[in-house]
Design a protein around this ligand. Structure first.
Ligand code: ADP
Ligand code: MG
Length: 754
């Protein structure tokens, strides 16, 4: 039995169970062993029923004397109801929306239930408690296990935590060989347990401390493996020769004086970073992080200008057509005095192109013509969407590449990007040949600037972008007004609508963002998945089959559209019937989108309802109100980005975060948004208080919960990075560690194509 073999090699399972496991992303023996419990329930802490206090979190052990599925109880809800009895008394247990529990649990079974003790009409009961079947309720039996801890695993329909625990136990008994991939000196240095010991401890710990140490090992392991991959990339990149871009003093001066504003000191510093990178012998690989509105585009334009003036072409790729167009327009504005040609290429349009006759005007040209100009070098800067990475786009001498919001590109595009990288690498091989043959001529690899407004915690940046150098724009251009932010609970909804109405009547415009309507999942998926609604998507996320990706993206688009349509209907028919309202979602054709955006920019449309797509870009200074529905569904950093859409003009701007969930925790979280102006701060807040599983875009990093958890620990992340850097420095191909090398390569594939 091998770790990489399918689960059914290790344990006999039915096709139904197999499908359920696939849904959890579990395919191989390794997947199974790396499926860690998200918590442990301690038998030793079980109380007697008579001692339970309403409101507390508690566990009891007893016999399930009766259990039934019922249809209604006030509302039309499916529920399972039962009674648990011990030697001191009895208590009711209710599971809402989980009628199947009545089928799974038979009267007479000994179970432990664990959850909050609720009270209704003076009667105590458990609502939706976690439960475990206990085969033998005698305390002496637990003592024989030498541990009172029971692991609890995330479940899905068809596989319970109990069942998973049982299967893992079987696999653990069967498996002979679990190779250790982390070099022993590293384990020793950081006091981490060996693999076998750690796997055992994670699934059946003697005590919580042991479980904690095991978890630490797996957190370290994940970060370390990612770092090995990134450090390898970084090292490889350094073997390329970079394009020779040398901006001279006069160009720098000329550009700066041509701007209607002066650069912030943060912008100056970042440009300094970039120009220093241009001087280095190898190509730049730099990530530029900066809040929405911090002025990243002008930096990209400046650097592109420098590239062009050194005889190279530059390319900028944006994730949406709207953004690509906006960049194109800003480049035109910033570069119009420099007599260079800028073109726009998206899948819908290939047209705008500064005509050769007048550099002030744009002209439409055919796609073929445009491609010819790119190939001949007549087009010096090409801006566009992922249309830029099509095979038919050939540059003459590409020296500088900007990717805006790289992570927003879909799976397929990212896979293509990875492929482009491969091309550059094979290009490197041909370079070596050239060197050998002593031909004087050499081409060079383009410099890369990746820009993002998604504020992520430092530890996450160090990990997922470990191969990139980091620049941060932490200063806003002067003159941006403070945006007044309010968290709106249901009772203030009407009042807020009235306020918005009066602002629109004064001539302002409003953005409305709504969260997607999640496709209704079976409620049992949520059983035991401690407040992580996103978790249900995990099974899909780890599918490597591309048709599934498309499926999923289609479904997401559909659910987004549904949410937008419902909100639109509500506002249009009931709340603001007097205003011109439009909606924007992923299912619209690019032409339609453009049309709507133009109508919004021109002020024709007063209210624009959209999905989170407007999160990036889109500059409409007259839009002063950002209204967000279902605020609790978004990460704080993401909300902060929505807010950044307004406050760009002369008028006071507002951000209203509507929420129907009024728990203190949610209110507190949203309050943080009111107080903080900085997206990075908010990302850290999300990481610490909301849990790494809820970091916006968790799915896109291809990391597990265990790995994400490690991000709270900066020391660990830095240690993993330092060790990886050292190892790659000494042994770039990991020749001494063939198994580790193989594993890192597998993970790298998975992450690139996830
Ligand atoms: P983002 O970082 O979100 O991409 P943009 O590049 O779109 O931000 O910049 C937002 C706006 O601020 C643009 O209209 C841009 O022209 C303007 N801007 C950029 N830098 C400065 C500056 N130093 N002073 C004043 N305005 C600036
Ligand atoms: Mg931008």
């Amino acid at each position: 039995m091998s770790l990489d073999g399918p689960i059914e090699n290790a344990t006999r399972i039915t096709p139904v169970k197999k499908r359920a496991l696939y849904k959890l992303g579990l395919r191989t023996v390794r997947d199974m062993l790396y499926y860690f419990p998200f918590r442990y329930v301690d038998f030793a802490c079980a109380k007697k029923i008579t001692d339970l206090v309403a409101g507390e979190l508690a566990s009891v052990i007893g016999e399930l004397t009766h259990v039934d599925a019922e249809k209604t109880w006030k509302k039309k809800m499916n529920l399972a109801e039962g009674t648990v009895r011990d030697d001191t008394g009895a208590i009711s247990v209710v599971w809402f929306n989980q009628p199947y529990i009545a089928r799974v649990l038979k009267p007479g079974t000994h179970i432990m239930v664990s959850g909050r003790v609720s009270i209704r009409r003076g009667e105590k009961y458990f609502a939706n408690p976690k439960w475990e079947i206990i085969n033998n309720p005698q305390p002496s039996v637990y003592n024989m296990r030498q541990s009172t801890l029971v692991p609890v695993y995330s479940e899905t329909y068809g596989v319970s935590s109990e069942w998973i625990r049982w299967q893992i136990k079987k696999v653990l008994n069967e498996i002979r060989d679990i190779p250790e991939l982390i070099p022993p000196d590293i384990l020793k240095k950081y006091h981490l347990p060996g693999i076998r010991q750690a796997i055992r401890a994670a699934h059946s710990p003697k005590n919580l401390a042991e479980a904690e140490v095991a978890k630490k090992r797996f957190s370290f392991e994940e970060i370390f493996f990612i770092q090995l991959d990134r450090q390898k990339e970084k090292k490889k990149n350094k073997e390329n020769r970079g394009a020779a871009i040398r901006p001279d003093e006069s160009l720098v001066r000329e550009f700066k004086t041509s701007l209607p504003f002066s650069l912030t000191s943060a912008q100056e510093r970042v440009l300094q970073n970039i120009f220093e990178d241009f001087e280095k012998p190898y190509p730049m690989s730099r990530l530029l992080e900066g809040d929405v509105g911090s002025g990243k585009t002008v930096i990209a334009a400046f650097a592109a200008l420098a590239a062009v003036k050194s005889g190279y072409q530059a390319a900028l790729m944006a994730p949406t057509e709207i953004l690509a167009r906006q960049h194109f327009e800003e480049f035109m504005r910033r570069l119009k005095g420099f007599r260079i040609s800028v073109a726009l290429l998206t899948s819908a349009e290939s047209k705008k192109f500064p005509s050769k006759i007048s550099f002030q005007k744009t002209a439409d040209i055919s796609k073929n013509q445009l491609l010819k100009y790119v190939a001949s070098g007549d087009i010096q800067i090409l801006i566009g969407t992922h249309a830029l990475i099509q095979d038919r786009v050939r540059f003459k001498k590409l020296g500088f590449v900007v990717i805006d919001e790289q992570h927003r590109f879909g799976t397929e595009q990212r896979a293509r990007l990875a492929k482009k990288k491969k091309e550059i690498e094979s290009h490197r091989d041909s370079l070596k040949l050239l060197k050998k043959s002593q031909i004087g001529y050499m081409t060079a690899a383009p410099h890369l600037l990746s820009m993002t407004a998604t504020p992520i915690p430092r530890t996450l940046a160090l990990t997922v972008h470990g191969d990139l150098d980091l620049s941060v724009l932490d200063e806003m251009p002067p003159g941006r007004k403070k945006i007044i932010t309010h968290v709106v609970s249901p009772k203030d909804r009407e009042k807020t609508y009235e306020f918005i109405r009066s602002e629109i009547e004064k001539g302002r415009q409003t953005f409305v963002v709504c969260p997607r309507i999640e496709p209704t999942t079976n409620p049992s998926t949520r059983l035991g998945v401690s407040n992580q609604p996103l978790d249900a998507a995990r099974g899909e996320q780890s599918t490597t089959n591309s048709s599934n990706f498309t499926d999923r993206r289609q479904r997401l688009k559909l659910s987004e559209m549904k949410a937008v349509k419902e909100e639109f209907k509500k506002l249009n028919e009931h709340v603001f019937p007097e205003f011109n309202i439009a909606m924007l979602h992923g299912k619209l054709k690019p032409k339609e989108k453009e049309h709507i955006m133009n109508d919004f920019k021109s002020g024709n449309i007063r209210i624009l309802v959209s999905t989170s797509v407007i999160e990036v870009g889109v500059d409409v200074p007259n839009a002063t109100i950002m209204m967000i529905e279902g605020g609790e569904r978004f990460g704080l950093a993401q909300l902060h980005q929505f807010r950044g859409r307004v406050g760009r003009g002369e008028h006071q701007s507002y951000c209203f975060v509507f929420t129907d969930k009024t728990t203190a925790k949610i209110q507190d979280r949203l309050k943080a948004l009111q107080e903080s102006k900085n997206g990075f701060e908010l990302a850290e807040y999300d990481l610490m208080f909301r849990g790494p599983g809820e970091l916006s875009g968790k799915n896109q990093w291809g990391m597990t919960d265990t790995g994400m958890d490690a991000l709270k620990n900066i020391k660990m992340v830095e240690a993993a990075r330092a060790e990886a850097e050292r190892m790659i420095g000494e042994d770039p191909e990991l020749k001494k560690y063939p198994l580790l090398k193989k594993r890192v390569e597998e993970l790298s594939q998975k992450i690139h194509f996830e």
